[in-house]
Design a protein around this ligand. Structure first.
Ligand code: GLP
Length: 241
């Protein structure tokens, strides 16, 4: 657990981990696990700066997103497909067709979940996964009570998450309530995980994740069982530790 002095330092520490993995995997190609939400955006900005400044290359990498809304077209302003391109991958040299996410428009979302989960395994698994955390302790869209053994699947969002995410939509009614998300077991299979949380709104979730019992009530507490996790928080998010 690293308590950074501010959000900028937090982003730089997480970017360091990504840089290490990209350099280690070299031309073999790192498999990156990417997340949406506001928490990782500063890290993406830092990685873009390193790409432009010191030539950090993503050319051999591929990426898998954690989750996607069901029913939003891929080019919808709030689809995670579009979010990750606008905030990160379109600005570095990763091949666009290797930035993968669950297809929120697939006619059979359950079959799509199984296909997507298998495609991660076929790529050799994720080398480094970046995560944010929801105020209720969710990771990806694994809401409280999600099974620790869960794989990629369809989930229904809690009222709280719909409310939290409605800030990105013009009204809460527009937020899709069904999503496709990597499961907790799928996420746990990443070889290294870096979770970033900033601001007082995350302090309770960070406390439960780190110091609470390993419990489905706080899905992120599964990270206590993972051998290689770095949690980077600012002082506000670390308030209850
Ligand atoms: C969404 C995403 C999560 C993210 C969470 C927190 O629910 N599915 O991956 O961690 O929001 O978002 P933010 O970082 O904007 O607080």
């Amino acid at each position: 657990i690293i308590i950074a002095k501010d959000a900028e330092q937090a982003a730089s520490l997480v970017a360091d981990r990504f840089e290490e993995v990209l350099r280690e995997r070299g031309t073999e190609g790192a498999v990156l696990g990417l997340a949406t939400g506001s928490s990782p955006v500063a890290t993406y900005r830092e990685l873009i700066a390193r790409h432009r400044g010191s030539g950090l290359s993503f050319a051999a990498a591929r990426a898998f997103l954690l989750d996607e809304y069901i029913g939003l077209p891929a080019d919808h302003e709030q689809s995670y497909h579009r979010f990750i391109r606008e905030n990160f991958t379109a600005h570095v040299d990763i091949p666009d067709q290797l930035v993968l996410s669950p297809d929120g428009e697939a006619p059979d979302p359950r079959a799509e979940a199984v296909r997507y989960d298998a495609s991660i395994a076929e790529a050799g698994g994720v080398d480094i996964q970046i995560l944010g955390i929801g105020a209720n302790g969710h990771i990806g869209f694994n809401e409280p009570s999600s099974s620790f053994a869960s794989r990629t699947r369809v989930k229904t969002l809690t009222e709280q998450t719909v409310k939290d995410n409605s800030r990105f939509f013009s009204s809460p009614e527009e937020v899709p309530i069904h999503v496709l998300t990597q499961g907790l077991e799928t996420i746990r299979e990443a070889r290294q995980i870096v979770l970033i949380a900033t601001g007082e709104g995350k302090a309770q979730a960070v406390h439960s994740m780190v110091e609470g019992p390993v419990s489905a009530e706080c899905p992120a507490s599964i990270l206590q069982m993972h051998p290689r996790v770095t949690i980077v928080v600012d002082e506000d998010a670390a308030r209850h530790l």
